[in-house]
Write a protein that binds this ligand. Structure first.
Ligand code: PEP
Ligand code: MG
Length: 534
């Protein structure tokens, strides 16, 4: 069986199908139920949920005591009278256990969200977790994570970055999804991990839930249960690709155009484990470490020590090459339940990135402390996302200074770290002359810049034809930013996905871009393109 989709992360992969379903946890109200039997069902489900949580707690305790604690809290919440008495009251009215659980859970969640205390607000997400768990048990949905025996291709309707981060990368060799777009963050993650990915698959419903898949992330071709002959053809293709990659090694040095313009070609990462690929592909540094991804594969805020360890690992492994770590850019399609962002009508333009950090300063300060402490272990540059107003930069600089003073008073050393901003809103382009006087470098985020300039949602398949990073309006934005950066003596890079678009490499050189940061697998291809330009 053959299927076609949009290849968005290159590479050939073969593995067994791992069908990831989002369980249907909707509930229906049923009146006039037998109170005793519904109460028994509820108590049995709660007991089973506690058993699952105990197992999760014990399994996680050794490797991640902080996450283990969350499972412990969930066990206790299942006994919380605010929850159990709420359910009990509804059961006594003759309602079914599923409906009573959901309604009591929602009431408690709304109550917690309305409180002033941030800690209690964050517990609202835990209430959702425990009610979902009990309802899944009541509905007979098996939620135990599958332990694959070999390599798997994950097949899913849609993949969220938080789900992608939680998958065991030792087993996953490919992603195939019904929905998705070139610049959605799950796709970006797949690219930075070097995992082939195909989205927008036609006749998706016909893909069986078991069997084998062979996929080509370049052409978007998917073969389900391929024949021996098809497997041989795929094997040959893989060999040819490997040979082509070997030839690219000729370009592993510094990229210099024929006219002598030198370009740094760095790599984008989402995780310390991606560094291996960065080094294997001879990148000139890490041009973008999307630090929010270390917030996504967990159930609670990573503390200062956890973040410090992650940043230190990347800096040490990359040293002496430069590493640009971007502060938290959570929100929009990158959601972690414990942030409690809630549903927004326009999430891309809503509560995200630097807006959250400047609103919840304690989260920002924790990250800045971890970053500055890690600065001693390599060549660190800190970058701030989603800037749309010069006032934000003034505030950031004041907070950074306060954190430095705090560390100094605690006798903790740190290095002198360049501070840069992402240019990814039209406003930041227009004021780039002012911004350039306040910071040490710019990095243009063409994913968001394209989305906001052309008013075309980067994650929406229906606006994909409008989302074009080669559009003249976007190119003019890039040109203006580069001009203002250089007029003020600072460097400018591009770290959005279009940095790897080799049809634009000559344009980037012509307008004076100093650095391109791309997925690790694209580094050598881009270096080659630079060398072939004038
Ligand atoms: C961008 O917007 O181009 C960018 C690099 O940031 P992100 O894709 O994480 O939003
Ligand atoms: Mg962005």
């Amino acid at each position: 069986m053959k299927f076609n989709g949009l290849g968005v992360s290159e590479g050939i992969a073969t593995g067994s199908i791992f069908y990831l379903t989002t369980p249907d946890l909707t509930v229906t109200r049923i009146d006039n139920c037998d109170v005793v039997s519904q109460r028994q069902r509820f108590l049995k489900a709660v007991n089973k949920a506690k058993g699952q949580l105990r197992q999760l707690y014990e399994r996680t305790l050794e490797t991640d005591s902080e996450s283990a604690e969350i499972f412990h809290v969930h066990m206790m919440m299942l006994d919380d009278p605010d929850f159990t008495e709420g359910v009990e009251q509804l059961l006594n009215q003759g309602l079914n256990a599923e409906y009573a659980t959901r309604t009591a859970g929602d009431n408690l969640k709304n109550m917690l969200e309305g409180l002033d205390d941030d800690y209690m607000k964050a517990r609202a997400a835990d209430v959702c977790d425990i009610t979902d768990r009990v309802i899944a048990i009541l509905k007979g949905i098996d939620q135990t994570p599958l332990k694959p025996k070999g390599k798997v291709v994950v097949v899913a309707d849609e993949l969220y970055p938080s789900q992608t981060m939680k998958l065991n990368k030792d087993f996953v060799v490919g992603f195939v999804t019904r929905h998705g777009s070139q610049t959605s963050h799950s796709v970006i993650l797949a690219r930075s991990m070097g995992i082939p990915c195909i989205v927008n698959v036609q006749r998706f419903n016909d893909i069986p839930h078991s069997g084998t898949i062979a996929m080509d992330g370049t052409t978007g071709e998917i073969l389900v249960n391929p024949s021996e002959q098809q497997l041989t053809t795929i094997g040959d293709k893989l060999l040819r690709q490997q040979q082509q990659r070997k030839q690219l090694l000729d370009y592993c040095g510094k990229a210099v155009s024929k006219c002598g313009k030198s370009m740094d070609v760095c790599a984008n990462i989402g995780n310390p484990s991606d560094v291996r690929q960065v080094l294997e592909n001879h990148a000139d540094g890490v041009g973008l470490f999307r630090s929010e991804f270390i917030y996504l594969d967990r159930n609670t805020f990573p503390d200062e020590q956890k973040q410090f360890a992650a940043y230190k690992e990347v800096l040490e492994k990359m040293s002496p090459l430069p590493v640009v770590i971007r502060t938290l850019d959570i929100g929009s399609d990158k959601q972690a339940p414990y942030f409690n962002i809630g549903k927004e009508d326009n999430p891309a333009m809503g509560y995200r990135a630097i807006r959250i950090c400047l609103d919840k300063e304690e989260i920002f300060v924790t990250q800045l402390r971890a970053l500055l402490r890690a600065s001693l272990y390599g060549n660190l540059n800190i970058m701030f996302p989603m800037i749309s107003d010069i006032e934000q930069v003034y505030r950031i600089k004041r907070i950074v200074q306060r954190v430095k003073d705090q560390l100094t008073s605690e006798n903790i050393s740190f290095a002198d770290v360049p501070l840069g901003v992402m240019i990814e809103t039209p406003a930041s382009v227009i004021i780039s002359d002012l911004l350039a006087k306040e910071v040490d470098f710019f990095s243009i985020g063409t994913n968001d810049l394209t989305q906001y300039t052309l008013a075309a949602d980067r994650t929406n398949e229906k606006t994909a034809h409008l989302f074009d990073s080669r559009n003249i309006a976007v190119l003019r934005m890039i040109e203006l930013t580069a001009k203002n950066a250089h007029a003020n003596g600072i460097k400018v890079g591009i770290c959005g996905e279009s940095a790897a678009d080799t049809t634009l490499t000559q344009f980037y050189i012509d307008v004076g871009i100093d650095k391109l940061s791309v997925s690790p697998a694209a580094v050598l291809k881009v270096k080659k393109a630079v060398c072939q330009c004038n």
